[in-house]
Each structure stands twice: as structure tokens, then as C-alpha cells.
Design a protein around this ligand. Structure first.
Ligand SMILES: *[C@@H]1O[C@H](CO)[C@@H](O)[C@H](O)[C@H]1NC(C)=O
Length: 324
């Protein structure tokens, strides 16, 4: 049956382990609790991956080339699209390979590398979404000073800070987790190397690690989330005071759709990392991870960018140019 390769691998690993004390490989079990769904999952995730790649590449292309989109907002949105491509590339290709080969063996180094990239890019996503909320806040609540506050240098600095500030923290965190002893279980019941399943697989005291994960989650997930909620709160109250009924309806539809993906992304990430050694089942953990690693990046380009009138106009212009 489909589970057989895992069992064989387990035996091989046990032999390897008794030969040498240093552990070099893990087995990611992925979605092996649903052996009949493997091919459907493969097709679905392949489709999602290509959709994300294509939508985000189009967004980057259009916002770099169209003269009407040379604004801070589209500078952030195109960088955000680039980030989404990187973020899903850290998990989906590896997962597709595992679904295809029905083997989940992953070397210690590959596992650590994957965890590092998922955490750094996830942190960047948290910060960049906050920067984008702040940008909208200044544009709507402080329009006269907007060109001054959001000049090109500030935009570059905000984006660079979002990308860089997680790096040293996540080097430390990944290093700390992979210096734990892994004695018993080499089987990781997850579809990528994430913190909670690794802490579960580790033996020995993980209290210090859990505290570190908790603190990083507060700084990189909770604080940005609160800042976003405050920004949108101010935007909504400002719009309520000033605009027409039609303007209000439009602002509400934009803000509420942004807030839905923000709550899904930060909510599932907070539940996962604020409680790094979870009580909930591994199945629940996988479902939560699917939300912040795959589902929200799928919806983000649609919610944040493709619904905008300006980008739709720019897309039509580009298509016309290509077709004629
Ligand atoms: C986004 O910003 C990062 C960091 O400044 C940069 O390396 C990257 O090339 C940018 N990507 C796009 C598409 O603007």
C-alpha cells in the first residue's frame, strides 16, 4: 500500500541510527493520513502554485511598466507579490515532490534551510502587510503630507527593513531548534519543517525554545497585527466622517476584504507560534499551517491588487498592446 515506503524508510533510518549516533535525516509524513487523496492533492497544489506564480508575475510586470502605477502603493504591492512567490516556493515545490515520490525523506540541512526560509519570509510578510496598512493610513488620513512622508527613500527603507529584520532572529531560532537532540521520532507528521512539529520530535527540555518562539511570535505577528487593526480602524473612522455613501461602501468593501485575509493569516500563525508545543492534534496543526503558508498567499493578489480599478485598466492596456 501507499504507506509502505514510509515503513521501509523507518526501518532504514533505524539501522542508520544504530550505526552512527548523528542523525542526518527526517521523514516528513505530509498528507499520508489520506493515502487515497495523494494525486488529487498533487494536482490541487500544483494548480495553486502555478496560479500564484502567474498572478503575482503579472502584477509585478504591470506595476513596473504602467506609467499610472508608479506610486508607493504599487511599489509595495509589487514587492509583496515578489515576496509571495518566494514564500510559497519555500514550501510547495518540496511538498509536490514528496506527494509525487511518496517519500518524505529530508536531510537535516534541507529541513533547517526550509524552516529558516519559511520563518524569514513569513516574518517579512507580517511586516510588509503592516507597511502597506500604514501606507493606506497616511494616504487616506493625512493626504496632504503623503508625498512628503512616503517619498521614494522612505519606501525603499520600509521595504528593506521588512526583508532584513527577520534574518538574524530566524538564524538564531533555527540554530537553537536544530541543536536540540532528536532521539526517538524521526518522523515529522507535517508537510514542511515547521517549528511545532520539530519541537514535538525533539527530546529533552524544550522550554527555552518555546519561550523564544513565543517572544518572536509576539514581536513579528502580534504587534504588526495590532498596528494593522489600528490603521484600518483609523481609516474606517476617517472615511465614515468624510465621504459620500458610495465612497463609504467602496471603502468598507476594500477594508473588510483586507481584514479578512489579515485575520486569517495572522490568526492561524498566532495560534501556531504562540503555542509552539500544541495540545491540538497534528491534523489541526497541518490545517492551520495550510492557511498561513498556502491559502492566504493564494487570495492575497486577488484581494489586494487585482480588484483595484487602476490595475484592471493597466492590465487591459497591456493586453491590448500585446494583442494588436
Ligand atoms: C523587493 O524588495 C527587496 C528588498 O529591498 C528586493 O530585494 C527585491 O528585489 C524587491 N522586489 C521587487 C519585485 O520589487
Amino acid at each position: 500500500m501507499l504507506n509502505l515506503p514510509y515503513l521501509q524508510m523507518d526501518r532504514q533510518l533505524r539501522i542508520k541510527k544504530s550505526n552512527s549516533t548523528t542523525l542526518t535525516e527526517f521523514v516528513l509524513l505530509g498528507f499520508s493520513d489520506f493515502p487515497h487523496l495523494q494525486w488529487i492533492l498533487f494536482v490541487v497544489f500544483l494548480f495553486i502554485y502555478f496560479t500564484i506564480l502567474i498572478c503575482n508575475s503579472v502584477i509585478i510586470l504591470v506595476s513596473k511598466t504602467d506609467a499610472a502605477l508608479q506610486t508607493p502603493m504599487y511599489f509595495f504591492l509589487s514587492n509583496f507579490s515578489f515576496l509571495e512567490i518566494c514564500y510559497v516556493t519555500a514550501t510547495i515545490p518540496r511538498m509536490l515532490m514528496d506527494l509525487c515520490t511518496q517519500k518524505g525523506t529530508i536531510s537535516l540541512l534541507a529541513c533547517a534551510t526550509q524552516m529558516f526560509f519559511v520563518l524569514v519570509l513569513g516574518g517579512t510578510e507580517c511586516l510588509l502587510l503592516t507597511v502597506m496598512a500604514y501606507d493606506r493610513y497616511v494616504a487616506i488620513c493625512n493626504p496632504l503630507q503623503y508625498p512628503l512622508l512616503m517619498n521614494h527613500r522612505v519606501c525603499m527603507q520600509l521595504v528593506a527593513a521588512s526583508w532584513i529584520s527577520g534574518v538574524p532572529v530566524e538564524i538564531g531560532q533555527t540554530y537553537q531548534i536544530f541543536s536540540l537532540p532528536f532521539c526517538g521520532s524521526l518522523r515529522i507528521n507535517h508537510f514542511f519543517c515547521d517549528i511545532p512539529p520539530m519541537l514535538k520530535a525533539a527530546c529533552g527540555d524544550t522550554f527555552v525554545n518555546e519561550m523564544a518562539v513565543y517572544m518572536v511570535a509576539v514581536v513579528f505577528v502580534m504587534v504588526p497585527f495590532l498596528l494593522i487593526v489600528v490603521s484600518y480602524g483609523k481609516i474606517i473612522s476617517n472615511v465614515l466622517r468624510l465621504s459620500s455613501a458610495r465612497g463609504r461602501a467602496k471603502a468598507f468593501s476594500t477594508c473588510s476584504s483586507h481584514l479578512i485575509v489579515v485575520v486569517l493569516f495572522y490568526g492561524t500563525a498566532s495560534i501556531t507560534y504562540l503555542q509552539p508545543k500544541p495540545d491540538q492534534s497534528e491534523g489541526m496543526g497541518k490545517l492551520l499551517s495550510l492557511f498561513y503558508t498556502i491559502f492566504t498567499p493564494t487570495f492575497n493578489p486577488i484581494i489586494y491588487t487585482l480588484r483595484n480599478k487602476d490595475i484592471q485598466v493597466a492590465l487591459k492596456k497591456l493586453l491590448n498592446k500585446l494583442l494588436t
